[in-house]
Design a protein around this ligand. Structure first.
Ligand SMILES: Nc1ncnc2c1ncn2[C@@H]1O[C@H](COP(=O)(O)OP(=O)(O)OP(=O)(O)O)[C@@H](O)[C@H]1O
Length: 267
């Protein structure tokens, strides 16, 4: 049986539970967020709203501020100024209730090489009050062939799959992924996209950063383009292409045009 079909009942149940939850307002509400590291202005007055069920791609060159933004949303870093609200929690004010509702896959995950994937999954299951059944997570992400291997014995793509599995153990409403498919070969990347589509299922909110245009086009219903700590364009792929002007035929063109305009703009 297709692993996705096998996992469907658990996902449907989870989606039904989410549907009965009454949330008002956006999942993410950032207003005027700035962050400086010594001489670098990593984020400069960033405002962003993400609604429930949206799949949002953060796109931008190295150093644009994507990871910093993602880490502030995860509560791993503190913004210097502005407001950060996730599921209504005032993150800068110290409210952290939202953490049980998010799942996070960092750019790189450090694993103890001698532990297995199953060891990690069990450990994470013990951390949260509500979790998806372990066998469902294994089925959903198609982990059975390697979940009992040690982390040392896995390929990079398999380790990334375990990292994603750990991000969904708590059946999160909001999944945040920092460059989730970096280093994967094209086939593994496409498999990863299929998994993300299944996880989204129309109800979960997804935010991911990426450098891959085809990843944006395959997954996102909204793009937030960043450069030098600022949001330089936001909207659907078509909106962003239109914002770049008539010379932009596709997202690649739009990206290059908007970045070139930004380079010429005063800081
Ligand atoms: N801990 C830190 N200390 C000092 N400077 C930092 C730190 N973290 C990030 N920076 C700087 O802040 C800026 C934004 O970095 P950030 O990692 O958020 O960008 P990014 O868009 O995620 O880049 P990449 O695509 O390379 O991951 C960069 O100039 C970076 O060098």
């Amino acid at each position: 049986m297709n692993p996705f079909d096998a996992a469907l009942p658990a996902l449907q149940e989870a989606a039904a539970r989410r549907a009965t939850r009454v949330d008002t307002g956006p999942v993410v509400h950032l207003s005027g967020v700035s962050k400086r590291y010594e001489s670098v202005q990593a984020l400069d007055n960033v405002s962003l709203d993400i609604g429930q069920g949206q799949v949002v791609a953060l796109l931008g060159p190295n150093g644009a501020g994507k990871s910093t933004l993602v880490e502030i949303i995860m509560g791993l870093r503190q913004a210097d100024s502005g407001s950060v609200n996730i599921f209504g929690d005032d993150v800068r004010g110290g409210q952290r209730g939202y953490l049980s509702r998010i799942g996070v896959q960092l750019q790189t995950t450090g694993f103890f090489p001698s532990l297995s994937g199953r060891d990690y999954l069990k450990f994470f299951q013990g951390v949260y009050p509500h979790t998806l059944p372990l066998d469902r997570v294994i089925e959903l992400l198609d982990l059975s062939a390697f979940v009992d291997k040690t982390m040392r014995g896995m390929s990079g793509g398999q380790r990334q799959r375990i990292a994603l599995a750990l991000a969904i153990v708590n059946d999160p409403d909001f999944i945040i992924l920092d460059e989730p498919t970096v280093g994967l070969d094209p086939i593994a990347r496409r498999e990863f996209w299929d998994i993300l589509r299944q996880l989204h299922g129309g109800t979960r909110t997804l935010l991911f950063s990426t450098h891959y245009m085809e990843e944006v086009q395959a997954l996102a219903d909204r793009v937030v383009m960043m450069a030098k700590g600022r949001v330089i364009a936001s909207g659907t792929v078509d909106d962003v292409i239109a914002a770049a002007g008539p010379e932009a035929r596709n997202l690649d063109d739009a990206y290059n045009i908007l970045l070139a305009q930004r380079k010429g703009a005063p800081k």
